[in-house]
Design a protein around this ligand. Structure first.
Ligand SMILES: NC(=O)c1ccc[n+]([C@@H]2O[C@H](COP(=O)([O-])OP(=O)(O)OC[C@H]3O[C@@H](n4cnc5c(N)ncnc54)[C@H](O)[C@@H]3O)[C@@H](O)[C@H]2O)c1
Length: 259
């Protein structure tokens, strides 16, 4: 697949987990990658992995960026344009959760999660729209299977991802006429650090993972690469007539035929 060669792709949350997996997976296709996250050490590790896969250093830009801050998002777009002159792909991947049902939720956490998981993709996409129209590019939003089937103990996270799916539909309708595609990817349970960061104990996590494996037809947890393959497809010309979709990559976990 050569359609990503020379295309400028921004990936938020690229310092770990799925975001890092996406960068590493697309690197051999020779795009120009803009890796954004708060953690510079993690970004440098991602960048090194991409270089080992043949992407030359001058085609990798790392930008320290807290997506909850508007000026950081504005700087991300400005720096990308100053460095590479265009934007073809935007992967809104950064996200997090805390462990709380509705009754337990601290409203500061509610605001924080909504800001990172929903407001940041909204504002960053808005800033990129003129550039995406110029390049006839695409947006991929990192949603979750819990946008479709909620889990009570991560209530705010579920709401943020459900709203992100609707944002995908609205943005696809708005900028489709300019030739820009917008899709959501909805992973199931993928092996990353997100669950520990969310506040699940080792014991809770072991139980949760065993349960997921049991109900998942493919009988395993997902890996970042499983998600990255779908993101690469959606960024490429192979997906030229696909827009406004929210696509599960969950090993069948929430397929109503099985669960
Ligand atoms: N792992 C899963 O099972 C799973 C399932 C469904 C959806 N997702 C989604 O995938 C995305 C990536 O998660 P992951 O599993 O790789 O976890 P992760 O914790 O490894 O990655 C999340 C990334 O987002 C970044 N991030 C969080 N807040 C940020 C902020 N304010 N500014 C900049 N970056 C910020 C983190 O630093 C990190 O790089 C998230 O949107 C998550 O909701 C993950």
């Amino acid at each position: 697949m050569t359609s990503l060669e020379g295309k400028v792709i921004i990936i938020t949350g690229a310092s770990s987990g799925i975001g890092q997996g996406i960068a590493v997976h697309v690197a051999p296709y020779k795009p120009k990658l803009v890796l954004a996250a708060r953690n510079i050490t993690g970004l440098q590790a991602t960048s090194l992995q991409c270089e080992k896969l043949g992407l030359v250093a001058k085609n990798i830009l790392t930008v320290q960026c807290d997506v909850s801050k508007d000026d950081n998002l504005e700087n991300l777009v400005d720096t990308t344009i100053k460095t590479f002159g265009s934007i073809y792909g935007l992967v809104n991947n950064a996200g997090y959760s805390t462990k709380a049902n509705i009754e337990e939720t601290d409203m500061k956490d509610y605001d924080g999660i909504m800001r990172v998981n929903l407001r940041a993709p909204f504002y960053l996409s808005k800033l990129c729209i003129p550039h995406l129209k110029n390049s006839k590019g695409c947006v991929v939003n990192m949603s979750s299977m819990v946008s479709k089937k909620g889990v009570p103990d991560i209530a705010t996270y579920c709401l943020s991802k459900a709203a992100l799916d609707h944002f995908t539909h609205l943005l696809a309708a708005e900028i489709g006429p300019s030739g820009v595609r917008v899709n959501s990817v909805s992973p199931g349970h993928i092996s990353t650090e997100i669950f520990k960061k969310t506040g699940f104990s080792d014991e809770e996590l072991t139980k949760k993972e065993a349960m997921i494996q049991e109900i998942t037809p493919l009988r395993r947890l997902g890996q970042p690469e499983d998600v990255a393959k779908l993101v690469k497809f959606l960024l490429s010309d192979e997906a030229s007539y696909i827009t406004g979709e929210t696509i599960l990559v969950d090993g069948g976990t929430i397929n109503p035929v099985f669960s």
